[in-house]
Design a protein around this ligand. Structure first.
Ligand code: FES
Length: 172
């Protein structure tokens, strides 16, 4: 598994847009993830090489943010907020129901490869607690009864997008 030449070029170009190329690490990881689908060790090592940094430094970033995936994930990503405001309003039950319906444990991917469920820290929409982020959509307030329809709606959507548009980055 390797980063495509096109993505490598996009990453090198990105680096030139920052006073210090290291500042481009997070967007570069988004590009690599959009290319490969996730960020296994060998891809992290390639990124580290492009930045002339230790692979441990790349792994520290990848493992810190739950928008980066070290293992393959489903087409749809469901982040269920488990932080205080959402927890106090029933996020625990919503997370359990979501996992039961999809037949997964938290952080697991459904057998059909369609959904990965990730318990997340505050997603910045506490006014909609309890809430979840389904691909790029904020959904909430939610309750356990809504889980079926949330899953059905998500199935009609294109899946989780990369926040970075490679074409724009290359041609700007
Ligand atoms: S605590 Fe859930 S969005 Fe902030």
């Amino acid at each position: 598994m390797k980063i495509s030449e096109k993505t490598k070029q996009a990453i090198l170009k990105l680096q030139t847009k920052y006073p210090e190329k290291r500042s481009a690490l997070i967007p570069a990881l988004h590009l690599a993830q959009a290319d490969v689908g996730y960020l296994p060790e060998e891809i992290q090592n390639e990124v580290a090489e492009l930045f002339d940094i230790n692979p441990n430094e790349v792994n520290a970033v990848v493992s810190f943010y739950d928008m980066f995936f070290e293992r393959p994930v489903g087409k749809h990503i469901v982040h269920v907020c488990k932080n205080a405001s959402c927890m106090l309003r029933g996020a625990d039950g919503v997370l359990r129901k979501m996992c039961d319906k999809l037949g997964v444990e938290p952080h697991g991917t459904s057998e059909d490869g369609q959904f990965t469920v990730i318990p997340s820290e505050c997603l910045g929409a506490c006014d909609r607690a309890p809430m979840m982020l389904v691909d790029d959509r904020v959904v909430g307030p939610v309750n356990e009864e809504m889980v079926d329809s949330i899953i059905n709606e998500a199935r009609k959507m294109p899946g989780h997008p990369s926040p970075i548009k490679m074409e724009a980055d290359i041609h700007e």
